[in-house]
Ligand binder design. Structure first.
Ligand code: DGJ
Length: 742
């Protein structure tokens, strides 16, 4: 890994074994983009990459150079209002109403490692050998605003992490009306765009389309990153698939309003922008003030989508997630939400926990309903004190009882919200986000606390810390069940109202930071009605997240498959729940529910007392299985093999780091009669290792399994089976492949 600056061509070359990223200082002082892709050899002068030609009807910067128009140049951080008519990365409004800026090169610095982004989640390097950072400082001569563009290249993988840091060195205040984290101008538009979109209980559907002239975008204006669109985007070549081909992934480490877009211009060049949604953002910079954008991560691969995802998985697992739980296998939990909803007593919880313990569960999680006047979703949020009618011994007493059973205890919070029917709201009605003289829309009967105010965050911290200091809590599920509306804070002046969405998220991050620092061994699981805020920003604080409120195994196949495009298995909260399923009312076999949930953190969302003896027996076996293989499942290399979006069967697999163990999950949605033969061509195995198949008992070399395939046909191929069991709808199998003779 290296970052070089060549004086001759005024070019920067960032490279490692996988990629090269090359830029130049153009004649107007702006940064021009020259190349991002597979590693190429270094040379003194790459400036020939900066193609210019004189085009008719073009506005140009210089009288004597008809070829130098920003409209036709690929740039690193394009401005609004000069000769570029595409969407800019940055826009600054002065007090006189001007919106033009002109950021020119001042200096640059190359440093080992990676700087921390203050107050924001970001990837990190543990030492100077893991990464190197280039900081290029540009300044606008009129406003005297400086922007530092940060580029980190990691030693391993095709990864570039980027962000921008503004510092106002002038006198008059200015307003940032757009400050994107990344602009990537690519020389052609011959890509297929792939996004992860959906809605509540139907998150992360993989959607693709060809890029066309104009702007295509995804984003959120809801205050949370959203169920609707994940802050993740892939551009892949038409011929690229899971196993081969070029692709670039863009991921924004942010949990609030965002935008990711691609603009194809008239000459088929492509501009990608990623950052805070400009529509809902404005930031006032007084003299001397600083604004740091969130970080965006770009990954390039020429080895297909699985490789792209694996690069993100590894980075986010090891150098975004932090702390005690980062590298540890996750406890198998039993959550009471779908078992009881709000209808529980201490005795009932102990009953559920005791049975879970008997089966081998390690952590009991008490979900919503334990505090204040919370007997339904109309009251109580904001009052984080145990409801002693239900829990006579409080959280302290309940936690003691759970610990006495030999399990860890976990607790649900929704720190950012308040019901009007709560003591907190009665004491501080002005602590919610709401616009003067306007109605206050509710969502699930709740309102959003004004986390742009430090005193509000402090008050919630104090309540949570009181619980955590007095009870043995080992896990927190941090929920967030509505988007923001009427976003306005009475604590801030009129000219800072454009800052509130972002300040809100900074408040959320600050509370996470405080709690994770103060209680470092608590495992945090983020949640926002399932995947409403399943994003890299959250992963920095909470190494796992509840992927979806939909716990149906068939639905989960799609949700987890889509989520795996960017996020590692260890980050996905996955539970076995009852049938008929509570979201889609489908009945799937117990083993299929577990076979899907194994590819995640794994747990149960039901009352095990209600299962039949044979089911309980199966649960015990599932838990023992998960304990045996969770290290590989959660930290192995994950491959998507067959997409549930494309057919009746789906499959994925993980392989251990030493390639001696692999687990293949195979799923068939509907049964077929007289079916074709089926095979799965596996990936990631050692071609010369011989693997024993746990289902057939036969041994096969890695090359057979990868190139010829694992045979998955069953007795329904060609005949009606004599025993129906195992040959029904929603069938699935886990093939464990273990090296017989390395
Ligand atoms: C939404 C979450 O996603 C559920 O798992 C559960 O915690 C409920 N909120 C509780 O209100």
């Amino acid at each position: 890994m290296k970052i070089l600056f060549h004086e001759a061509g005024r070019t920067f070359h960032l490279y490692n074994d996988s990629i090269s990223y090359i830029m130049t200082i153009m004649k107007n002082g702006h940064l021009g983009q020259l190349y991002f892709g597979k590693r190429i050899q270094d040379r003194e002068d790459f400036s020939y990459f900066l193609e210019t030609c004189e085009r008719p009807m073009t506005a140009c910067i210089y009288e004597d150079d008809g070829a130098f128009s920003l409209e036709h140049l690929r740039q690193e951080y394009p401005v609004f209002g000069s000769t570029d008519y595409r969407q800019p990365a940055v826009e600054v409004r002065q007090e006189n109403g001007s919106r033009i800026s002109d950021f020119q090169y001042q200096s640059h610095e190359i440093t080992e490692g990676k700087p921390v982004l203050e107050g924001l989640p970001a990837t990190y390097a543990e030492n100077g050998q893991e990464a190197e950072t280039l900081t290029v400082t540009l300044a606008d001569p009129v406003t005297k605003v400086q922007v530092q563009l940060l580029y980190t290249i990691f030693a391993q993988g095709g990864i570039i992490a980027r962000s921008a840091r503004f510092c106002h060195m002038g006198g008059q205040p200015v307003y940032l009306t757009r400050a994107m984290s990344l602009c990537m101008d690519l020389p052609d538009h011959d890509y297929v765009w792939q996004q992860l979109s959906g809605c509540w209980a139907r998150e992360c559907r993989i959607r693709t389309r060809s890029l066309e002239p104009g702007i295509q975008s995804v984003g959120s204006m809801r205050g949370n990153s959203s169920h609707e669109h994940n802050p993740f985007l892939v551009l892949k070549r038409r011929s690229t698939d899971e196993r081969q081909g070029e692709a670039v992934g863009f991921s924004l480490i942010y949990s609030g309003n965002f935008r990711m877009q691609a603009e194809v211009d008239a000459h088929d060049t492509l501009r990608v922008l990623a950052g805070i949604d400009p529509e809902t953002f404005e930031w006032k910079l007084e003299s001397g003030e600083v604004f740091q954008t969130p970080e965006a991560v770009m990954v390039y691969t020429d080895q297909g989508l699985n490789h792209l995802s694996q690069t993100f998985h590894k980075l986010y697992q090891r150098r975004l997630a932090r702390g005690y739980w980062r590298d540890r296998v996750r406890p198998i939990l039993n959550n009471n939400w779908e078992a009881t909803y709000f209808d529980f007593t201490e005795d009932r919880l102990i009953e559920i926990a005791a049975k879970a313990k008997e089966c081998g569960v390690e952590l009991f999680v008490l979900d919503d309903g334990w505090f204040g006047a919370r007997s339904s979703d109309t009251a109580g949020l904001g009052d984080w004190k145990a409801n002693t009618d239900r829990l006579p011994n409080g959280i302290t007493g309940l936690a003691e009882k759970i610990e006495a059973l030999g399990m860890k205890f976990g607790l649900w919070f929704e720190p950012e919200m308040v019901n009007k029917d709560s003591d907190l709201y009665r004491q501080h009605p002005d602590w919610i986000l709401s616009t003067p003289q306007r109605g206050q829309s509710q969502g699930r009967h709740q309102h959003v606390l004004d986390f742009s105010r430090k005193e509000v965050v402090d008050a919630i911290y104090a309540q949570m810390a009181e619980i955590l200091n007095n009870a043995k809590v080992s896990y927190i599920k941090w929920d967030m069940n509505r988007s923001i509306s009427e976003c306005y804070s009475t604590a801030w002046p009129a000219d800072r109202q454009g800052e509130i969405y972002h300040r809100y998220i900074l408040g959320v991050y600050s509370l996470y930071e405080r709690l994770t620092a103060e209680f470092p061994e608590i495992l945090f699981e983020s949640c926002a009605s399932g995947g409403g805020r399943f994003d890299p920003g959250m992963l920095y604080y909470a190494p796992q997240g509840w992927v979806s409120d939909n716990s149906d195994a068939v639905e989960r196949l799609k949700i987890q498959y889509g989520t795996s495009m960017c996020y590692p298995v260890s980050s996905m909260g996955t539970h076995v729940s009852v049938t008929p399923n509570h979201q889609v009312f489908r009945c799937t076999p117990l083993h299929t529910r577990a076979n899907v949930a194994y590819f995640g953190t794994f747990g149960y969302e039901l009352d095990l007392n209600k299962l039949e003896p044979d089911e309980l027996w199966a649960v015990r076996e599932q838990i023992a299985f998960m304990k045996k293989y969770r290290e590989v499942l959660q930290y192995g290399t994950f491959y998507r093999l067959q997409s549930p979006f494309e057919g009746n069967e789906a499959a994925w697999m993980v392989v251990s780091a030493d390639q001696k163990t692999a687990l293949v999950g195979w799923y068939r949605i509907l049964n077929c009669v007289n079916a074709r033969y089926t095979r799965l061509r596996l990936q990631g195995l050692n071609p010369s290792y011989c693997y024993k198949n746990s289902i057939s008992g036969s041994c096969h070399y890695g090359d057979e399994l990868m190139y010829a395939g694992l045979i998955t046909s069953d007795a329904t191929a060609g005949q009606v089976p004599s025993e129906a069991e195992g040959y029904t709808d929603f069938e699935s199998r886990i093939y464990v492949l273990e090296v017989a003779q390395p």
